[in-house]
Design a protein around this ligand. Structure first.
Ligand SMILES: NC(=O)N[C@@H](CC(=O)O)C(=O)O
Ligand SMILES: [Zn+2]
Ligand SMILES: [Zn+2]
Length: 425
């Protein structure tokens, strides 16, 4: 048993916002959150001056395991997660081999479970081999622990395959998360198409490459009635399409990554490949639209799209460098800035980092809240603590962050997973 004393608890799911004690039972579940609790023989942890949030939930990470463990593996991915305050992460299936089988799903779940630091919920692929043709064995993967299906890294080009996938996945209550890119528009582009791509002499990716397929998948959500979750939304047009779809009552949800909230395409003239990711850094207007969408709830969730790449994949000319940036350790301190700037309230930020992603995952009411009976996943945060994002900042094997060199404020001091301390600053 543990008793965390005098933490400022923010738990939107239970409408809690105030200084409280948190009692954790011997099974690693929340027993009670209240004032002046006494825990008998419980170990007492003084959290005066700290905030307590339900463990953060990231719907979108790449753990590179199996197959590219020099970039990241399930252990280091979990280390990075808990350092960043995340206790549940959903890993994308673009591994080697791709996760299109119960064997690979089972491997991921087991390796994470044995490590015991953080919950890893894998996405399986939508189609076999991520080839976009034949639906993958979804039922078997669900039995092995998959949370949903995604072809992240690639668009599913065939609309009929996508329609069948949505209908099939909905039979299991599985989440379908879509990576939207029209396959023909701006093919071979490496940065957002605009004045800066011209200035830099780099091939552009127009905003409609994303929104054309967002529009299609909204129509598929309408036709099938099945939920669609939009990964890493980056453009004003996409935000507006999703806002309209929600106004019509369609079952769509969306996420945005921190780099699309804080950075724009003007940075690409530096040719720093840590500014290369997919979707690309967009225009300032697109960035502002993402912030507006996040504030008004059009965008439900902040997800990192943590995409580790080795230095050898990034130290190339811009055209040939890998797409992707890491994000697990910087997401919370970066987005706490939105609270200081009054873009979001602290409650809204925790909704978008924990409550809502947990609700979208659906099956598990044990996460994303500090309600009695929930798994005691929580993070204690010092909102004043500052650090510089340097190479020694990361538990991840890869350091390809676009925020290197920046000072951040508001950092986890300890993270608890199932009542066990799994990270201490
Ligand atoms: N985001 C990226 O730029 N890269 C991701 C793939 C993806 O999320 O589409 C990766 O796997 O590296
Ligand atoms: Zn993607
Ligand atoms: Zn991704």
């Amino acid at each position: 048993m543990k008793l965390i004393r005098n933490a400022h608890v923010v738990d939107p799911a239970t409408d809690t916002d105030g200084v409280k004690d948190i009692l954790i039972d011997r099974n690693g579940l929340i027993a009670e959150v209240g004032s002046g609790l006494s825990g008998g023989e419980a170990e007492v942890i003084d959290a005066s001056g700290l905030h307590a949030f339900p463990g953060l939930v990231d719907l979108h990470v790449h753990l590179r395991d199996p197959g590219q463990e020099w970039k990241e593996d399930i252990h280091t991915g979990c280390d990075a997660a808990v350092k960043g305050g995340f206790t549940t992460i959903c890993c994308m299936p673009n591994t080697t081999p791709v996760n299109d089988s119960k064997t690979t799903t089972g491997y991921m779940v087991e390796k994470a479970r044995a490590y015991g630091k953080c919950s890893v919920l894998p996405f399986g692929t939508i189609t076999l081999g991520m080839k976009g043709e034949t639906i993958a064995p979804m039922a078997e993967m669900m039995e092995a622990g998959a949370i949903g299906f995604s072809e992240d890294g690639r668009n599913v080009d065939n609309s009929e395959v996508m329609r069948i996938a949505l209908e099939y996945a909905s039979m299991f209550g599985a989440l379908i998360a879509v990576h939207n890119e029209d396959p023909y528009v701006g093919r071979g582009g490496v940065v957002h198409e605009g004045v800066y791509s011209s200035k830099a002499g780099l091939k552009g990716i127009p905003d409609i490459k994303e929104s054309l397929m967002v529009a299609r998948d909204i129509e598929l959500a309408y036709y099938t009635g099945c939920p669609v979750h939009f990964c890493h939304i980056s453009t004003r047009r996409s935000v507006e399409l999703i806002r309209n779809a929600k106004a019509q009552g369609l079952p769509v949800t969306a996420e945005v990554a921190p780099h699309h909230l804080f950075l724009n395409d003007s940075l690409i003239t530096t040719y720093d490949t840590n500014y290369k990711m997919n979707p690309p850094l967009r225009s300032e207007d697109d960035r502002l639209a993402c912030l507006e969408g996040l504030a008004d709830g059009t965008i439900d969730v902040i997800a990192t799209d943590h995409a580790p790449h080795a230095i050898t994949d990034k130290e190339k000319d811009f055209d040939h460098a890998a797409f992707g940036v890491i994000g697990l350790e910087t997401a919370l301190p970066l987005t706490l800035h939105l609270v200081r700037e009054n873009v979001l309230s602290l409650r809204q930020l925790i909704e978008r980092l924990s409550t809502t992603p947990a609700r979208i995952l659906g099956r598990n009411t044990q996460i994303g809240t500090l309600a009695p009976g929930a798994r005691a996943d929580l993070v204690l945060v010092d909102l004043e603590r500052k650090d510089i994002v340097g190479d020694d900042f990361f538990a991840s094997k890869s350091h390809n962050s676009p925020f290197l060199g920046q000072q951040v404020q508001g950092l986890p001091v300890s993270t608890y997973y199932g009542g066990t301390c799994v990270y201490k600053a």
